[in-house]
Write a new protein. Structure first.
Length: 541
């Protein structure tokens, strides 16, 4: 034998659907055999999916795992390395990997290092393992690690001291901007340092607010990348090891995406998986003629197809004619179902009903919010009638400072841009317009000053700093966790910084009531940044 072949199953498990996942793994293993693969590797916890959260505590989990193993024992003539939940008779539960051939389990590895930071909560569910798993196959020594283990130098060194030649790493590593490149760069140095080959296989697909990008790869002990699978694509990829030259052949190296392409594709995949796996026939959103809803519409159509997307323009007295024109034009260009619903009668009815309470008090944000809530009510009515999921269209900048209306523009089941700052929204819109022969987002939508159009001649910057300044302050405060004093010291105006931080802190209650949305940053409003709604903390000086 001059070589052997490893299949990398860049796999998108359906969380909790154990039977379906096992069947899909069988199909992938059989396809890999057709391509003459000798071994196939699946992601971390591939049988149940990651993160399964409190599904891991269900009393019949062990029984279902056993049934899945019985299914997988059907596979012959290829070694399978896959993730599962290992429950012992002593009541311990492990995040584990199994090595199976011809229905026989050759070994089990229990994950050593359990992450409990950021989006991870593994110590709630698992016990740490302590033993290594090394197996010999086709004259080659393999070791197995799971996700966090590869980032522990000590853990990897222990494997290399056991004369392991290739480390198989099963991963469910969530995406954030720049992380795919960071993994490759860091592990390239590690492979060279320890003189070991690395096969890094990552889960792909959207799961609630998490995105798994895949971007699996194989690195030779010399630090050269032999295989680089694309991001956000479920498929089988192959690595062939040349026994004589003691290295994996360079077969497929997909160039890294640039930042806007990476973010855009991540949002498309997250939206598609959330909508389809939740069982919705399509989506509906309010198309205002502004940039946020325009970008959300483009992402939705790219994710599930224009024929499954409905957009509704809901003008009022303060809606500019160009907003109606631009919304209508984008809907036409994208081929989505489109309609216009005037909200004057609804808002006027609200005002008449509330007049005995309001009297002649001056108009303020209350009247603006009634417009937003009228629109939210219409969208939810259409959703209830036809079953489509309402997409919320707010961005991270607005959600951070509360520039959004509860039960108004915040209604919906999925907030596509929840973790995307406004400055990035503009860049993503420009990027999307480069993908086809004809731009799908009208140029005016990108170039005109943003406005909620809830009062005469309203502009976002009447209430907020310019978005480049706002986003820089928000990034420092939210992502980098800098103090108020530190941010002011960077050169931002004291009054502006104090106002922004005050707004962020004051609007935690709104964010808690908003829809979930895909996480693309290191500090999203969900699993990672968790603050009490009611508290007496004051900004750090």
């Amino acid at each position: 034998m001059k070589s052997f072949k490893i299949a990398l199953a860049q796999f998108s498990p359906h969380i909790g659907n154990i039977d379906s996942n096992a069947q899909k793994m069988i199909e992938q293993a059989n396809e890999a055999k057709k391509q003459h693969a000798d071994l196939i590797i699946f992601p971390e916890l591939s049988i149940i999916g990651y993160p399964a959260e409190d599904l891991l505590l269900r009393p019949n989990l062990g029984k279902r795992m056993h049934q899945a193993f019985q299914q997988l024992k059907q596979v012959k003539d290829i070694v399978m390395v896959f993730g599962f939940v290992h429950q012992t008779e002593e009541g311990h539960r492990y995040n584990s990997a199994a090595v199976m051939k011809d229905g026989v389990v050759l070994g089990i590895y229990n994950k050593h290092n359990l992450p409990n930071y950021g989006v991870f909560d593994e110590k709630r569910y698992f016990n740490p393992g302590h033993q290594h798993l090394v197996f010999e196959y086709l004259g080659h020594r393999f070791g197995v690690l799971i996700c966090e283990d590869i980032w522990s130098l000590n853990t990897v060194q222990q494997l290399t001291q056991l004369n392991v030649e290739t480390v198989l790493v099963l991963n469910a590593s969530p995406y954030e901007v720049g992380k795919p490149q960071h993994r490759v760069q860091t592990l390239t140095e590690l492979s060279k340092q320890l003189n070991v080959n690395l096969v890094y296989l990552n889960q792909v697909g959207g799961q609630d607010d998490l995105i798994f990008d895949g971007t699996s790869f194989v690195i030779n002990h010399t630090g050269t990348v032999a295989v680089q699978a694309p991001s956000f694509k479920e498929a089988l990829y192959y690595a062939e090891y040349d026994i004589e030259n003691k290295q994996y052949k360079t077969t497929e190296v997909t160039p890294a995406l640039d930042t806007m392409a990476e973010i855009y594709q991540s949002l498309v995949m997250a939206t598609r998986d959330y909508v389809q796996r939740s069982g919705f026939p399509g989506v509906i959103l309010g198309l205002s003629g502004g940039i946020d809803s325009a970008l959300t519409l483009a992402i939705a159509a790219d994710a599930i197809g224009a024929d499954k997307v409905q957009a509704v323009m809901m003008p009022y007295t303060y809606t500019a004619q160009i907003s109606v024109e631009d919304a209508t034009e984008q809907a036409r260009r994208m081929g989505v179902t489109f309609g216009i619903a005037e909200i004057h009668p609804i808002v006027n009815s609200f005002m008449q009903t509330l007049y005995p309470f309001f009297g002649n008090t001056p108009a303020d944000a209350t009247e603006e919010n009634l417009q937003a809530r009228a629109r939210g009510t219409l969208l939810m009515g259409l959703s209830n009638k036809f079953g489509n999921l309402v997409l919320s269209t707010g961005n991270k900048s607005e959600i951070s400072v509360g520039y959004c209306t509860l039960y108004g523009d915040m209604v919906g089941g999925f907030s596509v841009l929840k973790d995307v700052y406004k400055t990035i929204v503009f860049e993503l819109a420009k990027y999307r317009n480069t993908l086809g022969d004809t731009p799908v987002i009208p140029e005016r939508v990108i170039t005109r000053p943003p406005s909620a159009e809830l009062r005469p001649d309203q502009k976002d910057q009447d209430s907020l700093p310019p978005y480049d300044i706002l986003d820089a302050i928000l990034y420092a405060y939210i992502e980098e966790d800098q103090s108020q004093a530190d941010i002011i010291a960077k050169g931002f105006e004291k009054d502006v910084v104090e106002k922004v931080i005050r707004l962020v802190d004051r609007n935690e209650y709104k964010r808690r009531q908003g829809a979930i949305g895909p996480r693309i940053s290191s500090r999203a409003f969900s699993r990672e940044r968790r603050y009490p709604i009611v508290n007496g903390w004051r900004p750090d000086d």
